[in-house]
Design a protein around this ligand. Structure first.
Ligand code: GTP
Ligand code: MG
Ligand code: ZN
Length: 288
């Protein structure tokens, strides 16, 4: 019996990386009968017989993403570009909320600092104030790449962010053995599709794995209640329970502690606006 991690899965075949190489495996009938479907990221035990590998057991999952389907991520890096495409705060917040929901360490990476450093500093300030670690990178001039590599070492990290922000480009400079496809933003918008498609964990030369998640140009709201949303804006936490009304939604009620913090500059106006927009979206989704 060998231990490994599923790095890729296509049509019932799984590539399992073990200490002595990658094996193509199928799931044992027993697993299928128990309707346990192996996922990329699963820690598994495999057996080998006549060169054919079988997944015998799947370890308990510590985290799970549904789209893209991947298990046991221990870190999420949300990538945004300082320019081309312009940063989209609503989308950044959406990905950060996903990180809060699945409960993994989440870091914001502002790429393309070579194009517009000022926008980078502004956004950095907003998200550092909100309590996130922010890295500023450039796949072109190499800024911030050493810091990013240190962050990825020995961890399993998913990269998320809209199409064209440079996820694949950054990974290609983090690990020079990577040859991920990258594309021109304008070309992609024209053809209306993403450069990155397959769900695959890539082993880093320095240790650890990364998942180059395909970009999202539009997104679905996470499956949460509007009333829960306050829990996923981490900088709101010191103020929760301090509003005049129990069950205050922080969208304009009198004596709201969250709104007071916004007015005092302790919570960024942009994050608050993002909260309100998402709150109303979630409310509406529920009514439907
Ligand atoms: N100036 C500059 N351009 C960059 C940088 N990083 C990436 N690019 C360019 O941005 C474009 C998109 O980069 P990709 O790496 O394909 O973006 P992606 O996030 O992987 O996109 P999807 O795979 O579609 O989700 C390419 O033309 C890159 O050369 C950067 O730091 N600075
Ligand atoms: Mg890509
Ligand atoms: Zn309130």
């Amino acid at each position: 019996m060998r231990e490994g991690i599923i790095v890729k899965g296509i049509g019932g075949f799984y590539s399992v990386k073990t200490a002595d190489g990658v094996y193509e495996c199928r799931a044992r009938g027993r697993l299928r009968r128990e309707s346990v479907v192996p996922m990329v990221g699963d820690r598994v035990h495999i057996s080998l017989e006549n060169g054919k590998g079988s997944i015998e057991a799947i370890g308990e999952r510590t985290s799970m993403l549904i789209r893209p389907p991947v298990a046991n991520i221990d870190q999420l890096v949300v990538v945004a570009a300082c320019s081309a495409p312009a940063p989209n705060p609503a989308l950044i917040d959406h990905f950060l909320i996903m990180g809060e929901i699945i409960g993994v360490q989440t870091v914001l990476c502002l790429n393309k600092t070579d194009l517009d450093g000022d926008t980078g500093s502004e956004i950095r300030q907003i998200y550092e104030q909100a309590g996130y670690r922010v890295l500023c990178t450039s796949a072109v001039c190499g800024a911030g790449i050493d810091e990013l590599r240190a962050l990825l070492k020995d961890r399993v990290t998913a990269f998320a962010g809209n199409s064209g922000v440079g996820k694949s480009s950054i990974l290609n400079v983090v690990d020079l053995d990577f040859v991920l496809k990258t594309g021109e933003v304008s070309e992609k918008i024209k053809r209306g599709r993403h450069t990155t498609r397959m769900v695959e964990l890539l082993a880093l030369g320095c240790g650890g794995y990364v998942l180059d998640t395909p970009g999202f140009s539009s997104f679905e709201l996470p499956d949460i209640k509007a009333e829960e949303l306050e829990l996923y804006f981490r900088e709101f936490s010191p103020y929760l329970g301090k509003c005049r009304f129990r069950g205050c939604a922080h969208v304009g009620e009198p004596d709201c502690a969250v709104l007071a913090a916004v007015q005092a500059g302790e919570i960024s106006q942009q994050r608050y606006d993002s909260y309100k927009a998402l709150y109303y979206d979630l409310k509406k989704a529920k009514e439907w």
